[in-house]
Design a protein around this ligand. Structure first.
Ligand code: PGA
Length: 250
């Protein structure tokens, strides 16, 4: 599982000190060649200190942002655009996380502008999709994914990967069955090929209640190219254990 990406999404957690001790611990537990498979997404205000610790210690850990603001032709108080993220050492950005779609009302219009801003600045996008419990219960899961993917039409897929995160699983301690993860990833891949004309397989990560107990079995699925980990990424030791358990499967 050499090229599998393991992404730590801290959400609105941590402090400057915690970022520093997390990176130090992580770099003690995880070998340099495996660190490069990992992407740390701390809150934006800690990106700069994370960048400095990574550079000062010659680490291969990647940095990602949990969000970005698109360039607007009006003044945008509080905004952080792709160019600024690049300055802060970010090579990756999460776009379309369900928490942003739901609580920050980010619709396809907004997401489309965010995608353009990331791509213009050569930042690799991890585009999150996933159905809610209600959509699943109504048999609308596949339709939801297709609708969410449509915004990617005509974008350069060399800078885009997908994270399938069923909303009903995030932070809930429940995950879909392995078969169901496989099926949904296949549906996403088929949709990308048939309606969005992607030629090669696009990388698809799974996210939603990944822990050290289920990470390896999910990562072993052929359709899974990465893991997007929230709660279980906050502790450096348990995140590193997940990384080591996966990379040692080779
Ligand atoms: P979780 O979060 O691992 O805590 O379920 C995943 C995410 O929201 O990206």
């Amino acid at each position: 599982m050499n090229n599998l990406k393991i992404i730590a999404n801290w959400k609105m957690n941590g402090s400057k000190e915690e970022v520093e001790s997390w990176i130090n611990n992580f770099s003690n537990y995880v070998e340099s060649k495996d660190q490069s498979q990992c992407i740390l997404c701390p809150p934006s205000c800690y990106l700069n200190s994370a960048k400095e610790i990574i550079a000062n210690n010659n680490l291969t850990l990647n940095l990602g942002s949990q969000d970005l603001d698109s360039d607007q032709d009006y003044p945008s108080t509080g905004g952080i655009n792709g160019k600024m993220l690049k300055d802060l050492g970010c090579d990756y950005v999460l776009i379309g996380h369900s928490e942003r779609r739901i609580h920050f009302k980010e619709d396809e219009n907004i997401l489309s502008m965010k995608l353009s801003s990331a791509i213009q600045n050569n930042i690799k996008v991890i585009y999150c999709v996933g159905e809610t419990q209600e959509e699943r219960d109504k048999g609308l899961a596949i339709e939801t994914l297709k609708k969410q993917l449509r915004v990617l039409k005509d974008l350069p897929f060399n800078l885009i990967s997908i994270a399938y995160e069923p909303v009903w699983s995030i932070g809930k301690g429940v995950t879909p069955s392995l078969n169901s993860i496989d099926d949904m990833h296949q549906i996403i891949q088929d949709e990308l090929k048939s309606n969005l004309n992607t030629e090669e397989n696009i990388k698809i990560s799974y996210g939603g209640s990944v822990t050290k107990d289920n990470a390896v079995s999910i990562a072993l699925l052929n359709s899974v190219d990465g893991l997007l980990i929230g709660g279980a990424s906050l502790n450096a030791e348990s995140f590193s254990e997940i990384v080591n358990n996966i990379t040692r499967q080779n």
